[in-house]
Design a protein around this ligand. Structure first.
Ligand code: C2O
Length: 548
């Protein structure tokens, strides 16, 4: 194991057109963290914002015995005050795969504070370079990999949009701010050369991320939706997408090949791509299209598709090569398009894990029902509710919270289980260590929502439309998928299970930025089995609470 040290400086930069962007070391997306499974990560995070606190959350990582480094202000830490540095110091606890990190303060991630994080497993099967046979016997093999950090982008300032959404009760059909364009690795947004565009305008100087591939072997693309609102539908012209990983969970072979996949905010997939036999083209568009039945194409300012270039067998490193001219669909040299037409429709609830770890059997389970809704308050403001409570971030310097984190570790097995409101008017569900919990989420809203529990990968037992009826629901407790971010259908339900074996305070929320800041969050608290177990909260984390 290696210790990898990062020094990150969070600041705000001005972009042309009065835009600002929150960046790490001057960039958004920020730096890639790439590590091996048992490595230790040290991130010295310095807040150089002028007046706001900040914190970074490591999405999907379990943080075993370091839940205070989960990076959720008001839950696991006080925000880092301007001018201060906090050290995040943790291991991956066996977790491997594709994920990302992001600001968890207000809508800082909407303003650009995010970046990719890849943890390699020794089981990854990299192909020998110069492999000649196409689609080698072991289909997992791949010769190269690329990380695509994709997001929707807003031209307006996140804080201003948030205030308007929360306090000026916008009456539009879509009260949430609608994104203006999308990007792949910070590039490729806007209208594109071979199309008539609404404004004929390119963002990011018309530059595209370039991804190199080698013919005859697989290339792995690690796809991350780091955006705030829009689901992204991903296509690679002339290629099938063979999905091998979802949120760090390896999928069962043989892998399913799809024509496109749909990634909701905060979800990740790895896909293998290979140029089809008989296709001689050397450059292809990778497309990430913002998709939402509710807002797609309605807003004329919006340029819904971001692109990158997948380029074969080129050693030229500058970007003066011609851009692809291909459209979607099968390669023109292949008359029959059967392979393309036969590709199945992507449905995330159909995915199955490689090695299924069956959830514990259906007894002695605590059922935690929660109802999610988006409503106007009596003064007409938009809020997201979970069981009637809209979460508000406690005051920045609520040190009581951090003290109580230590208290929770000290609670041992005597902890009082149940749902209560704490420390303010906020729903928190407390569980003994080792308790099996089924969360039954009823979504009263007429849009679908991506929900995320920190610190755990959940077993996805089932979902459906309408009201959940235990007697009728078909739940899969044999080989369910496990992941950290999953979709709850519109006007429908989902049942997910976890074993509360990772002590700490964990946020459970809708990952759409506007719904999270609108209150669609509650906390899960899991006690430690061992009394205080010698957990000492780090000094910098405790003292920064006192600085507010
Ligand atoms: Cu990426 Cu609280 O989440």
């Amino acid at each position: 194991p290696t210790t990898r040290v990062f020094r990150w400086n969070v600041s705000e930069i001005a972009l042309p057109g009065n835009r600002t962007r929150k960046v790490v070391n001057g960039r958004s997306p920020g730096p890639l963290i790439e590590a091996n499974v048992h490595d230790r990560i040290l991130v010295y995070l310095t807040n150089n914002l002028t007046k706001d606190g900040t914190a970074i959350h490591w999405h999907g990582l379990p943080q075993p015995l370091t839940p205070f480094y989960d990076g959720t202000p008001g839950i696991t830490q006080c925000p880092i005050p301007p001018g201060q540095t906090l050290l995040y110091n943790f291991t991956f606890g066996g977790w491997t795969g594709t994920t990302w990190w992001h600001g968890h303060t207000s809508v800082q991630h909407t303003d650009g504070l995010f970046g990719p994080l890849v943890v390699h497993s020794p089981l990854e099967a990299a192909a020998p370079v110069n492999a000649t046979s196409k689609r080698q016997e072991d289909p997992r093999l791949y010769a190269a990999e690329h990380v695509l950090t994709m997001s929707d982008v807003y031209s307006a300032d996140g804080e201003e949009m948030k205030m308007k959404y929360l306090t000026e009760n916008p009456m539009e059909t879509i009260p949430e701010p609608v994104p203006d364009w999308a990007e792949i690795n910070g590039l490729g947004g806007g209208s594109h050369s071979e199309e008539d565009s609404v404004e004929g305008r390119m963002y990011n100087d018309g530059r595209y991320a370039e991804l190199r591939a080698q013919s005859g072997v697989n290339t792995r693309l690690r796809l991350i939706n780091a955006g705030s609102f829009a689901p992204l539908r991903i296509f690679v012209d002339g290629h099938a997408l063979e999905v091998i990983e979802a949120d760090g969970t390896p999928l069962a072979a043989p892998y399913q090949r799809y024509r496109d996949i749909l990634i909701h905010p905060a979800q990740r997939y790895s896909v293998l791509v290979t140029r089809e036999d008989g296709d001689e083209r050397t450059a292809f568009w990778v497309r990430a299209k913002m998709e939402d039945g509710a807002f797609a194409y309605e807003n004329l300012r919006m340029q819904p598709e971001a692109r990158a270039v997948l380029r074969y067998d080129s050693s030229v490193s500058n970007t003066s090569l011609p851009l692809p001219t291909t459209r979607g669909g099968p390669p023109p040299s292949i008359n029959s398009s059967t392979w393309w037409d036969a590709l199945p429709h992507f449905e995330e609830w159909d995915l199955r894990p490689a090695a299924s770890v069956s959830p514990p059997p259906n007894n002695d389970i605590v059922v935690l029902p929660f109802k999610f809704s988006i409503q106007r308050t009596h003064d007409q403001n938009w809020r997201s509710f979970i069981n009637g409570t809209a979460w508000e971030v406690p005051a920045a310097g609520d040190a009581a919270l951090v003290k109580d984190l230590a208290g929770m570790f000290g609670a041992g097995l005597e902890v009082q289980e149940g749902v209560r409101t704490w420390p303010l008017d906020q729903m928190i569900a407390v569980f003994k260590h080792g308790r099996t919990v089924d969360v039954v989420i009823t979504n009263l809203d007429d849009s679908e929502h991506p929900f995320h529990l920190h610190g755990y990968a959940l077993w996805l037992l089932g979902h459906g439309r309408g009201r959940f009826k235990a007697a009728k629901a078909e739940l899969n407790a044999v080989d369910p998928m496990r992941r950290d971010t999953f979709l709850v259908p519109r006007r429908g339900w989902a049942v997910v299970r976890f074993v509360a074996d990772n002590p700490g305070y964990w946020a459970f929320h809708c990952h759409i930025a506007w719904h999270m800041v609108g209150g669609g969050l509650f906390q899960v608290a899991v006690a430690s089995p061992l009394g205080s177990m010698g957990v000492v909260l780090p000094d910098d984390l405790v003292s920064q609470c006192g600085m507010w």
